[in-house]
Design a protein around this ligand. Sequence first.
Ligand SMILES: [Zn+2]
Ligand SMILES: [Zn+2]
Length: 265
Amino acid sequence: MDIFGIKALLIAALIFIPFEHLFHERPQKTLRKGLGVDLIYVLFNGLIIKVAIVLIAANTLDAAAVLVPQSMTQAVGGQPVWLQVAEIILITDIGVYWTHRAFHEIPALWKFHAVHHGIDELDWLGAFHSHPVDAILTKAISLTPVFFLGFSEASIALFSSIYFGHTLLVHSNLRIPFGPLKWLIASPQFHHWHHANQREAYDKNFAGQLPVLDMVFGTYNATGNKVPEKYGVDDPIPSSYFGQVSYPLLPPDKRSDRPVPSTEA
Ligand SMILES: [Zn+2]
Ligand SMILES: [Zn+2]
């Protein structure tokens, strides 16, 4: 069993590295700054998150067995797989949207999410670069209704593959014209603008897969065809994995060897 997800990582690398080389948004080395730290995120963080998802699924399924009528779980799990996957994408992305927005708007949560925004050179591997608290809370909130309602294993497995590919795509250093599809499916440009370190981009484009959620909830950043000037965040995020994981848990003067930006005018 590939508990570290090395097979999926290699397949993704074989797809994204050549495409990013050929169709990049901006020139960037494959062996870029922070690559080693991101590999730790993939392998070590990925394992922690998988264990958390198994625990969330087991506990939710136990609760559902008592609380949800069997007729309902059978009706949900008996729908065609394509319809279940569409419903799962909508349900999970509403969870992702509001969890993500809370991580931006609540200062105690932002410290955890700032780690994801600390990526200066955005590419497909950056999709893995999230603090475990950020990743696990987002998964718990977005996936619990899916396990609770009784969606079938095949639908959840297909959704997981689609989500995995999509989250890598939106972080990738690719310039792909989505045309009118950009209103329906989150594009790299949509999520790149979420990562832009520019005032007009702050607290916009929270959805993971469905930009329509940002339109409905008033946070859509219509960016036209522009490319962000820079990525990253002003918070003093440390450069090492353990520095980043401990960053939100330490008092401000112990968080980083990087200088804290002055708040005085
Ligand atoms: Zn964010
Ligand atoms: Zn991101």
